[in-house]
Design a protein around this ligand. Structure first.
Ligand code: NDP
Length: 475
């Protein structure tokens, strides 16, 4: 896939940018160099509480039938002490450690040693060796895109086991859920710590490292931009996509299997969660090459936020609806089930089409049709750290003319649909929509801050042309 920027490294264009006064700010694009007190406080809060939040949610399901309030009431009324809850929590087991090690090792093998075959026979699928975007230091990394293949192989084996081989129970994930949580934490902390040490002693690309002088910020937000081991083991692509996202659909299948085991049937709400989240996951892998151009890969450095987040936060908190439905099997009436399905599918359509429009626009450098017409756009420029000037375009047509992040709006509609499958008895399944709203709103602001640093006055022209972020006329 061609990099979208048109590189014009002429001396004249470099001079022009410095003269108009935007040069200094424009070379600052990428994550922050300096840490303000609010960022530091947020980071310390997350480092301390994010692991506890995950534990609290999973423990509430295990010990309190997914009630988030009852553990607090028990503790406040003195009915229980923290030690009572902790003592009832399953510990790390050799079995879970074995399962987890095998799982991660299997995903490493699929990632590193099985070159993509899918792009050879699946029309329209972009796989195999692909290029990422230009990094702030002007590097263009190559990636082996084989996530779809890894997902298919893993799931074929899963179903082969469930229906034919019977090596292990399909409820294995649910049955070891808390012991596996400890394993995921070990990996999450190990990889984040390793990435930090690596960035000091043997960075993959020293020019793309950012040190803020604050240990906690560096640890959380990462120093290295694209840490790698060898030529192909890319930390971001591997940990973002697998093992967490490949596992997402398997975790849901395990929950469905548990419902079947406990109640002799799988409810329509569980099927909806499996189908809607399955579409989202499959979409991720079908578009893995496009993913190379998203913020995670293009702009975020690799630290605890991505390392621990992908190992623990994502598989444990993105799958809460399925977990909840094991404890509370909700059978939706047909009208509600259809309504939720429609909301989920429309959300997915908006999410996919918005992302597709930008991808098409950038790939063809604007020589395409959006909703049957030539797209309108704003020309903009920016500079990499070496002072080279690049040109880019910001589209103002299609969904990108409605709002500056309409892809997030679609994502939020889909997220709400997952939560609604669980009914209204408990708040736990609604964590996901609350979290996604905070995540994506924060991401909007973070991205816009970065884009402003990158494009300067051109970004201002763009926000004047498309004034809303998520909901036209409102926000
Ligand atoms: P976007 O795909 O919206 O990418 C933002 C970047 O696109 C900007 O930094 C800018 O980059 C470029 N851009 C912005 N406006 C325009 C425009 N008008 N025309 C052309 N290019 C533009 O954001 P993300 O990478 O955050 O998200 C990708 C998808 O992933 C989203 O659909 C989001 O919902 C989803 N997502 C899901 C998450 C989850 O946990 N489920 C988490 C995060 C994202 P440039 O510097 O190249 O100009």
């Amino acid at each position: 896939m061609a990099a979208h920027q048109e590189k014009k490294p002429s001396e004249e264009s470099k001079r022009k940018s410095t003269q108009n006064g935007t040069g200094t700010s424009q070379v600052q694009w990428g994550r922050a160099w300096e840490v303000d007190w609010f960022s530091l406080a947020s980071i310390l809060f997350l480092l301390t509480f994010a692991p506890l939040i995950v534990y609290y949610f999973i423990m509430s399901c295990d010990q309190y039938q997914c009630s988030l309030i009852d553990p607090l009431i028990d503790l406040l009324m003195g009915n229980k002490h923290l030690s009572d809850i902790w003592n009832k929590t399953p510990t790390l087991t050799y079995r879970a450690a074995g399962i987890y090690t095998l799982w991660v090792a299997f995903q490493v093998v699929l990632y590193l040693f099985v070159p993509d075959f899918c792009h050879k026979f699946l029309p329209g699928y972009v796989g195999g060796v692909q290029e990422g975007a230009v990094t702030p230091a002007g590097v263009v990394n190559k990636y082996e895109i084989n996530g779809l293949q890894a997902w298919i192989i893993t799931h074929v084996l899963w179903f082969a086991n469930a229906y034919y081989f019977h090596w292990f129970s399909p409820t294995i994930i649910f049955d070891n859920w808390i012991p596996l949580l400890w394993c995921a934490n070990v990996l999450g902390y190990a990889v984040s710590t390793f990435a930090m040490i690596k960035s000091y002693f043997f960075p993959t690309n020293a020019k793309d490292c950012k040190f803020t002088g604050n240990f906690f910020y560096n640890y959380m937000m990462g120093i290295e931009f694209n840490p790698r081991i060898g030529k192909w083991f890319d930390f971001k692509l591997f940990f973002n996509g697998r093992p967490g996202i490949v596992a997402w659909t398997l975790i849901n299948l395990s929950y469905a299997a548990k419902q079947q085991e406990l109640y002799g049937q799988v409810t329509n709400s569980m099927i909806l969660v499996n189908v809607l989240q399955g579409i989202y996951v499959l979409d991720f892998f079908w578009n893995e090459a496009w993913y190379l151009k998203t913020i995670d890969i293009c702009h975020d450095h690799f630290g605890w936020y991505l390392g621990w987040g992908d190992c623990v936060w994502l598989p444990y908190l993105y799958t809460l609806q399925g977990l909840y439905l094991v404890y509370h099997p909700v059978q939706l009436c047909t009208a509600n089930a259809i309504g939720i399905l429609m909301l989920g599918l429309i959300g997915y359509y908006v999410f996919r089409m918005t992302n597709h429009q930008k991808d098409l626009f950038r790939r063809t450098n604007g020589n395409c049709k959006i909703w049957g017409k030539k797209p309108e756009y704003i020309e903009c420029s920016y500079m990499s750290v070496d002072g080279t000037k690049y040109y880019s375009k910001l589209m103002t047509s299609g969904f990108w003319g409605w709002a500056r992040h309409f892809n997030y709006t679609g994502d939020l509609m889909g997220s709400l649909a997952y939560c609604l499958t669980c009914g209204f008895e408990h708040i736990l399944p609604y964590f996901y929509i609350v979290y996604m709203t905070i995540l994506l709103t924060h991401r909007c602001i973070r991205d816009e801050h970065r884009c402003f640093s990158k494009y300067g006055k051109d970004w201002k022209r763009y926000t004047a042309a498309v004034p809303y972020r998520l909901i036209p006329g409102i926000f």
